[in-house]
Write a protein that binds this ligand. Structure first.
Ligand code: A8S
Length: 224
């Protein structure tokens, strides 16, 4: 489906809240996830700009610079195993009525020097903003992506949560969209594929955490 295309409920939300205007060297995409938990639970996790580690599986720690208002900045520590150590992210938009959170990556430090492997010449070429993705299969059968460069210049994302009914119960539709520069030496497809893989992990984990909280809520004993 093209972004904003089609007549589905999702497409309508994307048209309304996820308008990115990508330049020639940028790519953009939107991902959707249905969660079996009420909107207030999901939003309570998403809105915490200061605590992304509550559901994002790659985040180990987060420190705030600022008061949680628009323009405040968080320093995110990324778990070991990924080549990035930190990501500096700015709060662009926080709307508690419409349930919209917008962030932008404004910096970060990277342990590894950007490297691009040229297979025909068999030598390493330092290349700024290069991003190499290697597809691998783990022992337990999962497909994973190994990243040798993780600089995401000019990355910004919007996440919105919407009320919906799933199997007769209160559920949530989550949409996350992004726009990012395509690094030199990569195609739009590769770049999108890489970012989408990370976001899919985040949304899966958001669903797991929210659904666990929802079940707990339902089974809390009634205090009389
Ligand atoms: C988010 C979305 C993304 C986060 C990326 C795409 C990142 O934090 C991780 C790995 C990277 O390679 C880049 O909303 C960066 O979290 C998990 C460090 C920025």
């Amino acid at each position: 489906m093209s972004i904003g295309g089609g007549d589905s409920v999702e497409a309508e939300y994307i048209r309304r809240h996820h308008r990115h205007e990508p330049r020639e060297n940028q790519c953009t995409s939107a991902l959707v996830r249905h969660i079996k938990a009420p909107v207030h639970l999901v939003w309570s996790l998403v809105r915490r700009f200061d605590q992304p580690q509550k559901y994002k599986p790659f985040v180990s720690r987060c420190t705030m610079k600022g008061d949680l208002g628009i323009g405040s900045v968080r320093e995110v520590n990324v778990k070991s195993g990924l080549p990035a150590t930190t990501s500096t992210e700015r709060l662009e938009l926080l709307d508690d009525d419409e349930h919209i959170l917008g962030i932008r990556i404004v910096g970060g430090d990277h342990r590894l020097r950007p490297l691009c492997f040229n297979a025909t010449r068999m030598r390493h070429i330092p290349q700024l903003h290069a991003l190499q993705i290697t597809r691998a299969i783990t022992m337990d059968g999962y497909v994973c992506f190994r990243l040798t460069q993780v600089k995401l210049p000019n990355y910004s994302s919007i996440i919105t949560v919407h009320r919906e009914v799933i199997e007769g119960r209160p559920g949530t539709l989550v949409i996350e969209s992004f726009v990012v520069d395509v690094p030199d030496g990569n195609t739009k497809d590769e770049t999108c594929y890489f970012v989408e893989a990370l976001i899919r992990c985040n949304l899966k984990s958001l669903a797991d955490v929210s659904e666990r909280m929802a079940v707990q809520d339902r089974t809390e004993p009634i205090n009389q």
